[in-house]
Design a protein around this ligand. Structure first.
Ligand SMILES: CC(C)(COP(=O)(O)OP(=O)(O)OC[C@H]1O[C@@H](n2cnc3c(N)ncnc32)[C@H](O)[C@@H]1OP(=O)(O)O)[C@@H](O)C(=O)NCCC(=O)NCCS
Length: 190
């Protein structure tokens, strides 16, 4: 219920209002509230790749991102700040009732400010009418991401052995799942 009320508040509070309040009462609006999520475009790829290369030891190439535009079941998003600077991006696939988060990544300078959680919430909202479950994989060493997923309700469901390339060979992946169907019952009642 709190989540529904929060979404309703978000829908009613227009960006223009947020920008006005941010100017007049700078402490009243959080930075991530001023950020917008929109579909990724080809012209965004330079900014996206710059973030990808900073965040990952084994980054996706431009070709991989271009393939994401060609794949009908993939949806590609960017998050930009009030100055239209791209601060993060996320890619999700949805097919036959299952969604899979393929990538979620925030510019290191903007990490820890709620951008990742905002994008994850957006992906969950996008997936809810299209899928019953969301899956993702994460490196066991990626404690920030694991914290984000667990605190958003994702449950660990298994290990994919030697899934990721690593400096010394391969690294396992922890698989997480979010069950979208019973989630409504999980919200605290006011
Ligand atoms: C994982 C990632 C997407 C999280 O995005 P973010 O914008 O930094 O996360 P948020 O600010 O929304 O914070 C989400 C939670 O993670 C925690 N967290 C995020 N960054 C953190 C940091 N640098 N140190 C400590 N905790 C951190 C926060 O405490 C927060 O939890 P809280 O709301 O309970 O306080 C981001 O760190 C990132 O891009 N990492 C590199 C790419 C990556 O690993 N992607 C995931 C692949 S599976």
């Amino acid at each position: 219920m709190w989540k529904l009320l929060h979404n309703l508040k978000d829908a009613l509070l227009y960006n223009a209002d947020r920008e006005f309040y941010a100017k007049v009462f700078p402490d009243s609006v959080k930075g991530h509230d001023l950020m917008r999520i929109r579909r990724m475009d080809h012209v965004d790829l330079d900014s996206v790749l710059a973030i990808e290369n900073q965040n990952y030891e084994f980054p996706w190439s431009q070709g991989v991102f271009e393939d994401c535009f060609q794949t009908m079941t993939y949806t590609n998003w960017v998050c930009e700040d009030a100055d239209d600077t791209i601060v993060g991006y996320a890619i999700i696939s949805a097919i036959v009732g299952e969604a899979h988060i393929m990538n979620i990544s925030v510019n290191p300078q903007y990490q820890g400010q709620g951008v990742g959680r905002k994008m994850l919430n957006h992906l969950i909202d996008y997936a809810r009418p299209r899928a019953e479950k969301i899956f993702l994989e994460v490196r066991p060493s990626n404690l920030n991401a694991i914290h984000l997923y667990k605190s958003s309700g994702f449950k660990e469901i298994g290990i994919r052995k030697a899934y990721y390339p690593a400096k010394d060979g391969r690294e396992d992946a922890i698989m997480f799942e979010l069950d979208l169907v019973p989630m409504l019952g999980n919200y605290p009642t006011p």
